[in-house]
Design a protein around this ligand. Structure first.
Ligand SMILES: [Zn+2]
Length: 584
């Protein structure tokens, strides 16, 4: 078997010139050497894998080179250089502080420092992960750092500069290493691939570079991994599968859905993404980045901020042209909001789905029912049974905009723009812009919908849905419904004050205190039921409304009321609640 060397080692730079992505820094170091302005201690800071130790080694080699080249690089030919390249030089000492962080370790290092080098001018001491040294070790080291022998140079490397005590910082020349840019990593990977005879798609290398997050060492190890996986070929498909990266394509398709208001497609795509094992928050972050990338693609000036390969960049440019600026701003905001609320949310899937709904409503375009073949419709579909059993089918379409906060009149409402997407070109009829409707579920103010109409509207509903849900999910959906009823405060309050309890499977029961509350709920029951069915993806969900006068006799029955009672006794509670951001 052939001796295999990992790429990160095989392609470790041996000269300043070949260090990738740290040009400003390497130039400064080279100049310092050329002008003989050497400090006794350097601190190399920066994330892992960006070349700190590599630069330290090159530095050690270069200052000891007996025959420096005019461009400031080591000659790689003299005895000192060769000993460095063959890793047998006595002029370099490396200490990994992560595993040798005791006072004794530092003392034995300090003892070595006194001995001058036999060949070359300098002994270089590299202390990696220097922030890991114990306080006692730091102190033991401090004296040597203050008065080092002329031949000694210390290079301290750390990923965590803030952990270095000020007395050390003040004695070092500090160099901050940057994360390596994606384009630089891609270029280097391309070089390695060519050298290794590996065929690689540029998009694939791009994904590797992004995954490496600015660290060349990581990029090269991922590279090795995908090479062995792909049998010497690196393809975009292979890479996203192997690295478990979410395909850009999903985001492109989702934005098309947002632009066309296709909630159902967006839900199905999200489901597919979850089924592939991706984390919902990861997905939301990716979506936010996608919006950001679309935003920077709109302008040739900001285009440089787009860190993707050329063919995908083209795709970004094309989609960005069709996204109104107001849409992108708002979409970024919504995605960011979801990310912020994610940790606190108890029903994370619902949170993301609501976010998708909001995004689909941004352009104000609502596809007609035939376009919505799958589950969710932007309008609350009223089950036929609910309509038939009532004499007066006083049923209102539910608030399509209710998930969004009501629009302020003064705000420049983004004009619903129907951009010629393939869909709209093919079926221009399916896009309709709804006139602003009453945002409440209030039936009194709504134009009554005849049974006939309801039937035709409900017809396209596919097979009945019956997804499992937990009591908690039901309650969350219930609260969601309550909040969507915009101008019936009484109904909203009743719904929030009286949470249903499970009777059996999808059957729930809500106990209220008086007839007024019962009436408020009864009037909205069909719409609420339909909305619950939609949110829970279950057409069998029902709830009964009963009056239980015994509840009224209890002093406090809702968390709010209990809280108010406690508050009366202890006013500090309000303050505490605000400070901790607690919800009841
Ligand atoms: Zn040399």
């Amino acid at each position: 078997m052939e001796h295999y060397i990992v790429s990160a080692r095989k392609y470790r730079p041996a000269t300043f010139r070949t260090v990738v992505g740290q040009q400003a820094l390497t130039t400064t170091l080279k100049n310092a050497i050329a002008n003989n302005h050497l400090a006794h201690a350097y601190l190399f800071c920066g994330p892992r894998g960006v070349g700190k130790t590599t630069c330290a080694r090159i530095f050690a080699k270069t200052i000891n080179c007996l025959n420096l080249k005019p461009d400031g690089e080591a000659c790689d030919e003299c005895e000192s250089c060769r000993s460095f390249n063959e890793q047998r030089s006595f002029n370099i000492h490396e200490l990994d502080a992560a595993s040798n962080n005791s006072v004794d370790d530092i003392r034995s290092l300090v003892d070595q420092v006194r001995i001058p080098p036999q060949i070359g001018k300098y002994s270089v001491y590299i202390i990696d992960e220097v922030h890991m040294l114990s306080t006692a070790a730091f102190n033991a080291f401090l004296k040597t750092l203050e008065e080092p022998p002329a031949h000694a140079i210390f290079i301290l490397a750390t990923t965590e500069k803030h952990k270095i005590i000020p007395t050390i910082l003040s004695r070092c020349q500090i160099y901050d290493f940057n994360r390596i840019r994606v384009a630089d990593i891609v270029e280097h990977l391309q070089y390695v691939a060519t050298n290794e005879g590996v065929e690689a798609e540029p998009e694939a290398l791009n994904v590797i570079a992004q995954k490496a997050d600015g660290a060349m060492r990581d990029a090269l190890s991922i590279f090795d991994q995908v090479v062995s996986f792909g049998g010497g070929r690196i393809t975009y498909k292979g890479v996203i599968e192997n690295l478990n990266v979410l395909d850009y394509d999903y985001y492109f398709r989702l934005v098309e859905d947002f632009l066309a208001g296709r909630v159902n497609h967006a839900f199905m795509l999200f489901d597919e993404i979850l089924n592939k094992g991706f984390d919902a928050q990861h997905f939301i972050n990716g979506l936010a980045s996608h919006f950001r990338d679309l935003l920077v693609s709109r302008d040739s000036e900001t285009l440089v901020l787009l860190e993707v390969g050329s063919s995908i960049a083209e795709q970004y440019g094309e989609q960005a042209k069709r996204c109104p600026l107001s849409f992108l701003y708002k979409a970024l905001e919504i995605a960011n909001e979801c990310d912020l609320n994610y940790k606190a949310s108890r029903n994370k899937r619902l949170l993301v789905e609501l976010t998708l709904v909001r995004l689909c409503q941004l352009t104000g375009i609502v596809p007609k029912p035939e376009d919505e073949q799958i589950e969710i419709k932007p309008l609350v579909a009223v089950p036929i049974s609910a309509v038939v059993q009532e004499e007066e089918p006083a049923v209102s379409p539910a608030p399509e905009k209710s998930v969004l906060e009501p629009r302020k009149v003064s705000e420049p409402t983004p004009t619903p723009i129907v951009k010629p997407t393939p869909e709209t070109l093919l079926t221009p009829k399916t896009i309709s812009v709804r006139a602003p409707q009453n945002l409440s579920i209030s039936q009194a103010e709504q134009p009554r919908i005849s049974t006939e109409n309801v039937v035709t509207e409900s017809e396209p509903v596919a097979p009945e849905r019956r997804e499992l849900f937990t009591v908690a999910q039901f309650i969350a959906a219930w609260k969601q419904c309550a909040k969507e009823i915009v101008d019936q405060a009484h109904t909203t309050n009743t719904m929030l004050n009286f949470l249903p309890e499970q009777v059996k499977e999808e059957q729930y029961k809500v106990l209220v205190v008086n007839n007024l509350q019962q009436k408020a709920l009864l009037e909205n029951q069909p719409a609420i039921t339909a909305r619950l069915a939609e949110l829970l993806k279950n057409d069998f969900v029902t709830f009964a409304i009963e009056v239980d006068t015994t509840i009224a006799e209890r002093t406090a029955f809702t968390p709010e009321e209990k809280f108010v009672k406690m508050q009366e006794k202890n006013p500090d509670l309000t303050h505490l609640r605000q400070q901790l951001g607690l919800e009841l």
